[in-house]
Design a protein around this ligand. Structure first.
Ligand code: ATP
Ligand code: MG
Length: 455
């Protein structure tokens, strides 16, 4: 479905927002985090405009529990800092206030801003009244570049955001919802729509394509026609993004409880190959592979939603398995260590997401053990030393999912499956059991057979 959109509407004839009074919407202060309320009220009582914005307003309107609560205000960062002793200013280009509360909770407070205009020189920037002393106090004056030219009106702030459903304001002064961009209608229509021209907005920031797919997948919304079409045309723009930033995006999905639907959308829009090179191609292009993995991801999601652990490394090991299986079955080469071979292949696999070294090492270890487990199940021959490997527990968790599509809650899922499939085999749990136990006592090493995988 296609919808008409207006671009850059906050000029001279500033656009009138749609405003829903308290009686016309379902958001109650009871649903808002008490610390976020404290922040909103303190800003308001000190004469500033204070709105709750973004994911929190969207989620409350669709009846979901928000992950975090963001605030936007006309107070400049230095003014916010003066109001809150528990405040830290972060970010160089766009300075944000982080108000910290007990338990590591952070309420992010941003100043209304507009899209920065690239031709403006820093020395022409307006002064932020609260800024200088604050920076000097921290000895940061030389390094921080306050982007005061980017401060804007509420309307400009709404239009610089990514999606219409993410640009709604909840006004603490009268509990109304303010909509400059058509977000209320899109929530009503269960539709994700980029603000402005999607192609231009993706050029500005290609990560928005991933965000469109994520939010549509999480909420079960459709994607507006042009917003969707432009993703298929512009997906290669993601190659210009920083690998570290893309990893941050990936991380949001891995443990979200919605990794299945989000990766389904990445698959449907051909983004897996763009983001994960050969690893994505193994998922995208091998018949039946994606469907099997999708079932595994749904199991992971169900576990996360039940409040049980499912570490990101394990989700990644599942995602990497089809690629790793191909590489491993081709063999490491004469006299070459299989881990080294897999590491080298991964370097050459064309991923644009930067997976941290430790995580990569963990994935390589896990998938090599998983491969041994498949061979053991096939041949009935099992090397007992496998159980002593540091990632045995993770692999033992992944294996039943790949083998049967189910998760086992047994303390040693692979051991149980192997014993059942090969009751008379000479695996470590049968004939060699006593010998193995003896060694364990001598070395004092753990067996790694706990119920949950290592975090
Ligand atoms: P989540 O539930 O995942 O936290 P969210 O919409 O709150 O969803 P955040 O990453 O917390 O996502 O971002 C907060 C808000 O910042 C968004 O709702 C959106 O208004 C704005 N935003 C985030 N990323 C972008 C972007 N790339 N371009 C424009 N606006 C963005
Ligand atoms: Mg958020």
């Amino acid at each position: 479905m296609t919808k008409t959109k207006t671009a850059a509407p906050c000029g001279k004839e500033s656009r009138e927002p749609v405003v829903l009074s308290r009686a016309e919407h379902a958001i109650s202060r009871r649903d808002v985090d008490p610390d976020a309320l404290k922040v909103l009220y303190r800003l308001y009582r000190n004469g500033f405009t204070a709105y709750m914005v973004g994911g929190a307003v969207r989620d409350l309107l669709v009846g979901r529990t928000p992950k975090d609560f963001d605030v936007v205000t006309d107070a400049h960062p230095g003014q916010v800092k003066k109001l809150f002793s528990n405040c830290m200013l972060i970010g160089r280009r766009f300075r944000l206030a982080h108000i910290r509360f007990r338990g590591g909770k952070v309420i992010e407070v941003a100043t209304f801003r507009k899209e920065p205009e690239p031709e403006m020189e820093p020395e022409h920037e307006a002064r932020d009244p609260g800024e200088p002393e604050d920076l000097e106090a921290q000895g940061q004056a030389k390094h921080a570049r306050t982007d005061n030219n980017s401060f804007g009106t509420p309307c400009e702030d709404a239009f610089r955001r990514d999606l219409t459903i993410n640009a709604l304001f909840y006004d603490i002064s009268n509990f109304s919802i303010i909509d400059y961009v058509g977000g209320l209608e899109d929530i009503d229509q269960k539709r994700v729509c980029v603000i402005g021209n999607p192609h231009e907005r993706y050029i500005e920031d290609p990560v928005r394509m991933w965000r469109v797919l994520r939010h549509a997948a999480r909420l079960g919304f459709t994607i507006e026609g042009e917003t969707a079409r432009a993703i298929r045309l512009d997906r290669d723009l993601l190659c210009s993004c920083s690998g570290a930033r893309l990893f941050e995006e990936l991380n949001k999905d891995l443990s979200s409880g919605h990794v299945g639907p989000v990766f389904q959308a990445l698959y449907d829009y051909g983004l897996l190959t763009v983001l994960f090179g050969k690893v994505g191609r193994a998922l995208q292009e091998t018949p039946g592979t994606w469907e099997a993995l999708r079932r595994n991801l749904d199991v992971a999601d169900a576990r996360v939603r039940a409040g049980l652990p499912f570490p990101s490394e394990i989700v990644l090991s599942l995602l990497f398995w089809p690629w790793a299986e191909k590489v491993l079955s081709a063999g490491a080469g004469e006299g070459r260590d299989v881990h080294d071979a897999l590491h080298d292949e991964l370097q050459e696999a064309g991923l644009i997401v930067t997976i941290p070294k430790v995580m990569k090492a963990s994935i390589v270890q896990t998938v090599t053990i998983v491969e041994r487990m498949f061979i053991a199940m096939e041949t009935g021959r099992m090397r007992w030393s496998l159980r002593k490997r540091s990632h045995y527990r993770d692999a033992s968790f992944v294996f039943p999912l790949l083998f049967s599509g189910e998760l086992s809650e047994s303390p040693d899922p692979f051991g149980g499956m192997f014993r059942e499939a090969h009751p008379s085999s000479s695996g470590p749990w049968n004939k060699k059991r006593s010998r193995w136990r003896g060694r364990r006592r001598r070395t004092g090493r753990g067996t790694g057979t706990g119920q949950t995988p290592s975090a």
